[in-house]
Design a protein. Sequence first.
Lengths: 334, 292
Amino acid sequence: MTALLARFPKRALLIGQIGLVFAVAIAIALIPVIDERSFNLQRITFFLLWYAILASSWNMIGGYAGQISFGHAAFLGMGAYVTGILWSQLKWDPLLTLPAAGLVAALYAVLVGAPTLRLRGPYFAIATIGVGEATRLFFVNFDDIFGVTLTKGVTGISLPTYDPVTVHYATVVVFVLVMLTTMWIRAGRFGLGLFAINMDRDAAETAGVPTARLQVFALAASAFFAATAGSLYAARQQFLDPASMFGFDKSIALVLMPVVGGLGTVWGPVFGAVLYSSVQDRISSIVNNPYLPALIYGVLLVVIVMFEPLGIAGLLGRGTKYARALLMPKDGDE
Amino acid sequence: MRLVEALISALLVAGLYATMSYGLALIYGVMKIINLANAGVMMLAAFTTFFLWQSFGLDPLVSVLVVAPLFFVVGALIEVVFVRRVLNEKPVVSLLLLFGILLVMQAGASLFLGGDVRSVRPVYVQEVIRLGDVVIAYNRLLVFVAGVIILIGLELFLRRTFLGRAIRALAQDRDACRLAGIDVRRVSMIAFGLGTALAGAAGALLTAVFPFDPVTPYGTLQLKSFTIIVLGGLESIPGIAVAAFVLAVAENLTVTISKPQLENLVSFVLLVVVLVVMPGGLAAIIRRRRIA
């Protein structure tokens, strides 16, 4: 795919990609305008964008910088809870809490990332497993620890009602923002630095890349967007509990989507999100056993890692190469 | 008196913690990968032990003798079929691969063996030993002794045999081993098998103390073993033994002084503190002392 794309000037390519993002965004934004009563389609597209936001945010640190986070649900849940508390207690408009939720999670990410990303070796991945679990425990026991009634432990909190169509539009906006951010990272010096770290940290350091700082930035940006996804969820579902926000299944989904879609590519996480959200949507009507999909996801992860590390994006790239080789045999081998 | 009792119970738990963490450390040392499937192996070993006990009335401590060799083979197979192929890739790849294997193990066990909570209850499970005022649970003592025997056996194997020395050499310098004529692929396979066998042994021993299902308590145990190997310094046996004890004591004190729900927060807080204050772990401190 890269060889094919390399023929076009970089700027034309970037404009094309941005156009694609806006095309998808406008199409989905128009759904409630065209048919006010398309509740099911609105729900499906909301979760599609929601998973795409999460997958793309994970990709910023996991795909670009090659630092795997197994506890990303911590940031998602933290954003959801910040919104939940500001909304129900301080009567903020939930959509206005999005930046606040993002900033809190980004700050938390810096606290987690600063000590662990500075080290070589698998320390960050190990720490994230603990971060996920510790954050969940913190919110479950929040009321006990501080002697207040805010998060209501495992029962969760019910939030005021809010117009789902407004949340729909907000989700489209966040989706556009996350895609523009991930393209900007991919295209610029920032992304170049992250890729260099991913390939060879020592070499990157020698070349003057501030490895630790770039990785912490990437993690903060990633946590920011994951948290806004949590806020959007809170505003749409009007209910929050630790199991649905901090559950290990969320952390698994966050790893799975970008890897299946294409690690470190711009569109891969979106492909992964489309696949995952459509499977999740159908799954309960086909099998009523939650373990079968989990088993399939595990197998999928192993197969992809071993045979097609670039996931669906890699397969598509192969596809175009193959199609090109088929049509123009001389052009095919490079 | 309560303090003495707390320390003794921490020491007993530490034996188990050290056994389950050492497999991770061994594999990390030799192959520089984090075996995320460790928790899955412990769980499968626990199920094997459960079925051996249910069908043949085999005591969990005895079934270690069956389970450990069995999981040595499982580990060697995982190494040959999966891990070996991604060893030269970026570390991301092996992490994701082993995470996938963990998912398959957990979901597979839930799907085919059921998600119920099981427990192995040998006759002595309720018995206690009284030393004056101090009460010690008999099963915990047995499990501790078994864990210590396994670790001593392993230490002797690693120090006294050619193969053991080859494994340690591999942990130090892979390329030099190749130059010295060590069959790196074979020794890696054996090391991975050995690490998996240790996880299997720990899983079997755990059944004598804790009830289990396909997911709990292995998630938290996984976190604990990571904390222990980071605290211990990733590759050092004495470091890991001390770290296991430190974690067990810290948990015990938290439960006694504060709230039981916070037990699992301890390992995480300890993990972060270690990463910030002494990334080399206890082993780095021990080494520094020796040089000074």
